[in-house]
Design a protein. Sequence first.
Length: 379
Amino acid sequence: MVTPSRLTLARKRRGMTIVELARKVGVSAQSLSNYEHGRQRPSSETLATISDILSFPLEFFQGEDVEEIPSESVAFRARSKLTAGRRDVALSVGRLAVELENIISQRFRLPTADLPSLDKPDPESAAEMVRSRWGLGQAPISNMVHLLESKGVRVFSLAPEYAEIDAFSFWHERTPFVFLNTLKSAERSRFDAAHELGHLVMHGPVRSLVGAQAEQEANAFASSFLMPRRSVVAHMPKGAFLDQVLKGRNIWKVAALALTYRLRDLEMLSDWQYRSLVVELSKRGYRTGEPGGIRRETSQVFEKVFKSLRARGTSPFDIAEDLSVRPEELGNLVFGLTLTVQDGDGVRSLPVRPALKLITSEGEGTSSHGLGRPMQRRM
């Protein structure tokens, strides 16, 4: 028995067209199309070949039917640069993440979403409203991933082979999801996380997720959210020099170019000063990277979940089996924490307030320093 939607999902996850996969499998494109539409069933030998080529276990193709994530409901960072094939890859990753979230939420009660829905304020006002709601004041944000997770956002990583997919986000059944590229500098990944937060709170059913205006609004939100006006004015001089910008970026943990743009946006740099700084930063390699940058942020939720499960005899390989994917596929979704936890070294996270809490489905509350006892894995 083959579930047609899972065959389509696996093919799109590998970025293949029907014609490309059919050629590799040794069947006609029409036959493969029939498999995906449920008009014809592949033989066991053909299915085994498909499984091998797409690197998904046979069990994956025999699971329950899955619905694709609608493209129109997803906010892509730099959407216009993505081909349709790459968008399909991202959407298939999103679907797998939803399945993983379902598996984890059966064992743990994760934080519920605490994001306002703002469709009228300008981006700067929206950023200030979110900061106020979350009690952040004007303080720099120590860890964007931990902050989002503590507010009920499910944050996942993207496989390294798809470098052109910067980031994307969507709502699924009242749960927000954010996906981040781990090949970018940590500072730019933080900005991407704030950018996607802007989409989640400002755009949705009543406003378009796509287009230049939506991207500009999300960028402005991210800049304001990470570098609040009053904080920047208090710490940075007007007409800042290069060394002051490089020192200032460490306050808010942002890219030097992002801070430079924010200073111009706040009229703390003239156009000439801005252009001069951009030229100098580009010469020093700050356009393509962030020399001497910060440590990359990773997930607090997955670290604690996998540690807790492993302590009770459930390994990341068991979770991969429940998801019917190979362990490396799981690792790509969770910032590679499966291998780290498997080795028992752990990843130490910077504290973030309010502290993330995970509550087991048995009702035992735990702080960010530990977890209660999870449910037993379903057999």
